[in-house]
Write a protein that binds this ligand. Structure first.
Ligand code: NAP
Length: 307
């Protein structure tokens, strides 16, 4: 038997998660069963459990966890991996578990040089960052303002935009400013007069905005700097009426950006061009605590859950 964490109701994670026992899954044709060594924790997981991204009772019990690293346990017919291969599963359904089953296209080899925790925490944030940059079409000529530049998504946006030659101004609390400088960005504190701080920091006018925060402050300041269609957000769902672009993998273009980004992200992480910081780990039985940690202010870096 094997253990998976599910939400039995929508609500606070501590009240809503349960460990269920099921037989070790068998792969169907084109499927891979992976023994999980680490699962990445994302704000979306907590929103899902709280019913903030849908609360259909018919979907309960809800399997949660969107990405995991591990070892191939069994491979179905028509797949190209073998038992024992180190792999990362993204997108995954039910990654907070000892075993996860995924269609073969969602199972990607982990190269040498990339550890399981980093692989488990890389792809959801990474493909989202890549989607933002591709949607904006950021080039070396841009002055890019990144809201939340030290967050999981924002740090990858920042690193890749700097690598593309763009000038990057990134917002964060003061404790993360040295980190942002290390990524090659000009840090700006979002607490206080953000418009004045960005104005003082920008060597030339801002030409594009990547928003990973979604606050009215972030969007209002951005709308004063660039046309609305030069603002791409992953969090300001309530501000689409302003003409900004919000991406979430729900259009064919967004899905294509995300799909196409996977090999480059894995290669960049293995080569150290993207560094995934791990803020902490939780045992599988404490998944609720992991979801609570990622919900509010937290130290920089990703959390992982380990079976
Ligand atoms: N649409 C999509 O496809 C998609 C995909 C992934 C994530 N998301 C969403 O995007 C958001 C960020 O995700 P994440 O994984 O990057 O989160 P994260 O790692 O927790 O990062 C959040 C960042 O936001 C910063 N921040 C907090 N309050 C702020 C404020 N008032 N103004 C400016 N910055 C502030 C924090 O900076 P300091 O620590 O320096 O304060 C932190 O670095 C979440 O809402 C998540 O659900 C959407």
């Amino acid at each position: 038997m094997t253990i998976s964490i599910v939400a039995t109701q929508y609500g606070e994670p501590a009240d809503s998660l349960a460990a269920v026992q099921t037989p070790v899954p068998e792969p169907g044709p084109g499927e891979v069963v992976v023994r999980v060594t680490a699962a990445g924790v994302n704000p979306f997981d907590a929103k899902q459990v709280r019913g903030q991204v849908g609360n259909d009772p018919a979907k309960l019990p809800l399997r949660i966890g969107g990405e995991a690293a591990g070892v191939v346990h069994a491979a179905g017919t028509g797949t190209e991996v073998s038992p024992g291969d180190r792999v990362v599963v993204y997108p995954a359904t039910g990654a907070f578990a000892e075993y996860v089953t995924a269609p073969a296209p969602n199972v990607h080899a982990i190269p040498d040089g990339l550890d399981d925790d980093s692989a488990a925490a890389l792809l959801l944030a990474g493909v989202t960052a890549a989607d933002i940059l591709a949607t904006l079409g950021v080039t070396g000529d841009d002055v890019l303002l990144v809201h939340g530049g030290a967050g999981a998504v924002g740090a990858i946006v920042t690193a890749r935009a700097v690598a593309a030659g763009a000038t990057v101004i990134a917002t964060a609390s003061a404790a993360n400013h040295d980190y942002l400088r290390g990524l090659g960005a000009i840090p700006v504190d979002y607490r206080g007069d953000l418009a004045a701080a960005v104005d003082a920091a920008a060597p030339t006018p801002v030409t594009a905005v990547a928003d990973t925060v979604g606050s009215d402050q972030a969007i209002d300041v951005s709308l004063a700097l660039v046309p609305a269609d030069r603002i791409v957000s992953i969090a300001a769902w309530g501000r689409t009426g302003d003409g900004i672009v919000v991406v979430g993998g729900s259009t064919e273009e967004s899905r294509r950006h995300r799909r196409e980004a996977v090999p480059g992200l894995v290669a960049d992480a293995a080569a150290g061009r993207i560094v995934i910081e791990i803020a902490g780990s939780y045992p599988l039985a404490e998944t609720a605590r992991a979801l609570e940690a990622v919900s509010g202010p937290h130290p920089r870096g990703k959390y992982v859950v380990r079976p």
